[in-house]
Ligand binder design. Structure first.
Ligand SMILES: [Zn+2]
Ligand SMILES: [Zn+2]
Length: 1008
């Protein structure tokens, strides 16, 4: 147990030999189904701890369902295509651009990508197994397979049939490093605070200049128009003969030194021409145009428009029929036709433009500008907007259906539903193409005749290429459906969310075996991070609804992110990444799983292994009781006898009832996925098992022969531990297996705990017993508190304990109380009258001011108050008010202090559920009983020191000057023999004992 990775590795080997996964699936085959869809993990790197959170939930749920007898597929998924993989392969091959990849050879590059996902899917498989994930690893799905590709082709063809597929030519957010555009679902959250340089440029206009503001100077050479808001007020500003045109509201700020010459509405400017200051191949008349998006918050009220460099500019330009100027190429460099700017990187153009304007006296001002700016989600480079041809699926028709269908899904936590629907309401068309290499080949074959052929399966290809990937598939031509001419495929690959989103069809072979697909679609449960609402959950829903009109999942379970212990996001680059292997090696999988399960999943998790100590302690306790039981069970050649347990011993009966209660709660919490509550219940149960049941029962195990009492306790403890192993197996698969294997020899069992049935919980017949035991424990803790205030340690026996309580059922529990509180007897009182006097002390500081001269009246009224009235108030929580000449004064803990005067010789304590008194007198016989216990404890310590096995009987020799103690010991000889495991007891003639106990005036030795 000290190094969990030792026993966990052994357990893994045991499961392998057993082929446990296959056995689990076979056991439940044909029974009621539980369908789970795994969101594929990118098979691109080793797993970090942030991957293991969701994997723990997935495994707990599936293991639980296996114990409940559900037929499951247990299929894991790997995401194998797309930019993620390409970027890593580029790094490992030291390639730095798309051109370098082409020079390297696309075929070699594709093979390298495929190899990488092959390698890392293996690594991740091993890591997941080590975490305890029970999946059918031989049967994992991979998104780069023909089966996956064909199912996406089928989906795209259906979209085409619906008339949703189109090719768009407009500016898209573009990563110049990755050479690809990004779609809106990829871009959400990928913003950074950044500082850019904003320019105020002067464009010659009439007798002066338009003052135009921009935060992207590099787009100025691609200017096609300047927009004004026709509703706003503009002005001609003059200073030293220079005239500037801008929004009139700038007279108090930017242009306050200028004189206002003229004021007019923006309307007047619309249609006027201005001079475009750049020399290049794009000379045509530029005019001012109207745009109601122009605002007063930023800039000058005159907005530079570059229709090829921004989506909004493009859309407005389209309405006005403005020219669209193509500015950047794939790598972020200016295209031909822009003279000095052509061939220059956009970031360099930013500087060149400022210099150009300054040189030509066209720069009014430069300033720093802070804003949130989009970056590439993958490589974190700044994005630019660039005019591109991309393929889109129109979302207009499917949107209402998506909204309707998502209503029927259970979202956990529930606020996800709103987030998902907001996303659906605001999503644009789905941009499905990427200008990259290792990805889904889009099956689009546009012909010169204007017809677009979309393939729906491999069979539509005239000949099969070596692989359905670039470059091989690019060689194959198909004949145009309309004119019969051979046509080439577009070179684009697909958005990787197509790859993952199609899994609810491809992994169930929707196209090949419709019946099988029907059996498992939709999923009963999916579980991923919250950000997947706009990624995987979204693409899966989109594809499911498009192909079948129904949702691909019924229940979404989601969680947040893992940060480091200080709350910083985990990044490989910032070196705080925590690798899963290291944690598993040092901490072990069970404890790591406990850490995840106890985390509130609505908040980011601060990953801190210090928090694991708590769970380590609980799991160790559980394990130690198993060891404890095994020790005695082996001595007694114990075999479990179900009839034996639950007879008449109160503690055993209680333990069984408490177990039933725990099992029932656990069942409910598992099936409603409430894992924080579940692990809390488990911890509490172990605490009660430890600090109440085992501690109270321990002595029964020391008795040498199998007494009736001992048999009952042993059977009970065995049953509890074995049941517990099964119930917590989904959470702690390793420890529960270790425990189960240890216990198996005492009763019939399965080969592995994971082949067990989740314990059928019986109706709790004894809920009264549970309540009473709970009260007993409360009284025990009250009594111990009281003892502490009396400075009477528990080892000194007291004469009696008195209980004043309205619960008659507690009579049965006096034995427990007697021992716990170490008193000679427990008595129940009908009334406290004889034992306590109540005194109410007014708080004069508070009441004096309020009552003034009536304070004396208060004193008199108090004196006339009867003890029973005061007891009703103080002990039974009844309301009490004092009549001060017709005015009522409520008595409460604020204005009165209640003092309890206990009868001489007693001390008491009260609580809402009753009162408890202890006599101050010690009991003479019990004093020796106390000494006996102290003595016994030292004997056991000595046995431990001598390394004696529990089965070894030894002789004891003792000597004492306390005659009464000696008499007592001889009287208790048989008990001492059995509890200390002695073969004989002799009195020493001289004082030569090995252990000298001064407080008892006693010494002794053990001889074997
Ligand atoms: Zn990038
Ligand atoms: Zn054609």
């Amino acid at each position: 147990m000290n190094n969990p990775s030792v026993h966990e590795t052994k357990v893994l080997e045991f499961w392998d030999e057993l082929d446990l996964v296959t056995k689990v699936m076979e056991k439940n085959r044909g029974k009621k189904k539980f369908s789970f869809f795994d969101g594929p993990v990118t098979a691109n790197n080793a797993l970090g701890v942030h991957h293991a959170w969701g994997r723990t939930y997935k495994d707990v749920v599936q293991r639980y369902k296996a114990l409940k007898g559900y037929d499951q597929r247990l299929q894991n998924g790997f995401d194998c295509q797309g930019l993620w993989v390409e970027v890593e392969v580029e790094k490992s091959l030291h390639l730095d651009s798309k051109q370098e990849i082409l020079d390297f050879g696309l075929d070699r590059f594709s093979v390298a990508c495929k190899d990488r996902v092959g390698t890392y899917s293996q690594v991740q498989t091993e890591q997941s197994r080590r975490l305890g994930q029970m999946m059918d690893w031989k049967n994992s799905y991979y998104t780069h397979t023909d089966q996956n590709i064909e199912h996406i082709w089928h989906f795209l063809k259906e979209c085409h049939k619906n008339g949703w597929l189109y090719r768009g030519h407009h500016p898209m957010p573009w990563c110049w490093r990755c050479g690809t555009s990004l779609s809106s679902h990829e871009q959400v959250d990928s913003y950074r605070e950044m500082t850019h340089t904003a320019l105020y440029a002067k464009f010659p206009f009439k007798d002066g200049s338009l003052l135009v503001w921009t935060t992207t100077p590099w787009t100025l050479p691609a200017n096609v128009a300047v927009a004004v808001n026709p509703e706003f007020e503009y002005a001609a500003f003059e200073l030293n003969g220079e005239v500037l045109y801008a929004g009139s509201w700038l007279r108090n700020t930017l242009l306050k030194k200028y004189n206002v010459q003229d004021i007019f509405t923006g309307e007047k400017l619309v249609g006027e021409g201005y001079s475009y200051p750049f020399e290049n191949d794009h000379q045509f008349p530029r005019i001012l145009v109207a745009w109601d998006k122009v605002n007063m918050e930023e800039g000058t009220g005159l907005v530079h428009m570059a229709t090829g460099c921004g989506l909004e500019d493009y859309q407005r330009g389209k309405e006005l029929d403005l020219t669209v100027l193509h500015a950047l190429d794939e790598s972020g460099h200016y295209v031909e036709g822009y003279h000095e700017f052509s061939g220059k990187f956009y970031a360099e153009v930013n500087l060149m433009v400022a210099q150009f304007l300054s040189r030509n006296d066209l720069l009014f001002k430069e300033e720093s500008y802070n804003h949130r700016y989009p970056v590439c989600w993958r490589c974190k480079e700044e994005l630019v907007y660039r005019l591109v041809d991309e393929w889109f699926i129109s979302s207009e028709e499917v949107r209402p259906l998506l909204l309707e269908v998502s209503e029927s899904v259970v979202w956990d936590p529930p606020y996800l539903k709103k987030q998902f629907q907001n996303w659906l309401e605001n999503m644009g068309d789905w941009c499905v193409s990427r200008k990259r290499f290792w990805g889904l080949p889009l099956p689009f074959y546009p012909c010169d005749c204007g017809h677009l052929t979309v393939l729906g399966s491999r069979a539509d290809l005239s000949s099969l290429p070596q692989e359905l990937h670039r470059p091989w598939i690019d060689e194959v031509e198909v004949n145009c459906e309309k004119c019969g001419q051979p046509v080439k495929r577009v070179l684009d690959v697909g958005d990787c969310w197509l790859d993952a989103g199609v899994m609810s069809f491809s992994t169930l072979n929707y196209l090949g075996s419709y019946e099988y697909w029907q059996e498992w679609y939709p999923a009963d449960f999916v579980c991923e991070m919250r950000e997947q609402t706009r990624l995987w959950f979204y693409s899966m829903m989109y594809m499911g609804v498009t192909l079948t009109g129904s949702p691909p999942f019924k229940y979404v379970y989601s969680y947040e992110k893992v940060d480091d212990k200080d709350g910083n996001p985990l990044h490989k680059s910032s070196k705080n990444v925590i690798w899963l292997d290291e944690v598993l090696k040092d901490t072990g999988a069970d404890v790591l799983r406990a850490l995840y399960l106890s985390q509130n999943r609505k908040r980011n998790m601060r990953f801190d292994l210090k928090r694991a100590d708590f769970h380590v302690k609980t799991l160790k306790q559980f394990y130690n009781y198993v060891k404890f039981l095994v020790t005695y069970a082996d001595l007694d050649a114990f075999q479990f006898d179900a009839e034996f347990r639950v007879r008449d011993n109160l503690l055993d009966k209680w333990m069984n009832a408490r177990l039933q209660q725990f099992v029932e709660m656990a069942d409910q919490l598992y099936s409603s996925y409430q894992f924080v509550e579940l692990i809390t219940e488990f911890t509490e149960f172990v605490e009660e098992l430890s600090n109440w049941y085992v501690r109270r029962s321990r002595r029964k195990f020391w008795v040498e022969d199998m007494s009736h009492e001992k048999g009952s306790a042993m059977n009970t403890l065995f049953f509890v531990l074995k049941t517990l192993a099964v119930v917590v197996a989904p959470m702690f698969p390793f420890l529960s297996e270790v425990v189960y294997q240890k216990l198996k020899k005492y009763a019939h069992g399965e080969v592995s705990v994971h082949l067990e049935k989740f314990s059928e919980h019986l109706p709790i017949t004894d809920s009264k017993l549970l309540t009473l035991m709970c009260k007993t424990r409360e009284f025990t803790s009250l009594g111990l508190q009281l003892r502490q205030s009396m400075h009477k340690k528990v080892k000194y026996p007291l004469k009696e304990c008195l209980l004043f309580v309205s619960e008659p059922g507690l009579y049965e529990f006096t034995g427990l109380l007697k021992e716990e509180l170490n008193v000679e007897r427990v008595r129940f009182l009908d009334s406290l009258d004889w034992y306590v006097k109540i005194e109410l002390k007014p708080n004069y500081r508070l009441l004096g001011a309020k009552l003034g001269s009536r304070t004396k009246l208060l004193k008199r009224t108090l004196q006339s108050l009867s003890q029973s009235e005061m007891k009703d108030y103080a002990l039974r929580c009844k309301e009490l008010s004092l009549d001060l000449n017709g005015e009522l004064l409520d008595v409460n803990s604020e204005n009165f202090t209640t003092v309890l005067h206990w009868r001489a010789g007693y001390r008491g304590i009260t609580s809402p559920f009753g009162s408890l008194l202890l006599s101050e007198a010690e009991s003479p016989d019990l004093v020796y009983e106390g000494k006996y216990r102290v003595f016994l404890r030292y004997v056991q310590l000595e046995r431990k020191r001598l390394n004696l096995q529990i089965s070894e009987l030894v002789e004891m020799r003792f000597n004492t000057t306390d005659k009464s103690l000696e008499d007592f010991l001889w009287r208790k000889e048989s008990r001492l023999r059995s509890e200390a495991r002695l073969s004989g007891i002799r009195r020493l003639e001289v004082n030569t004992g090995d252990v000298v106990l001064d407080t008892l005036n006693l010494e002794f030795s053990l001889l074997n």
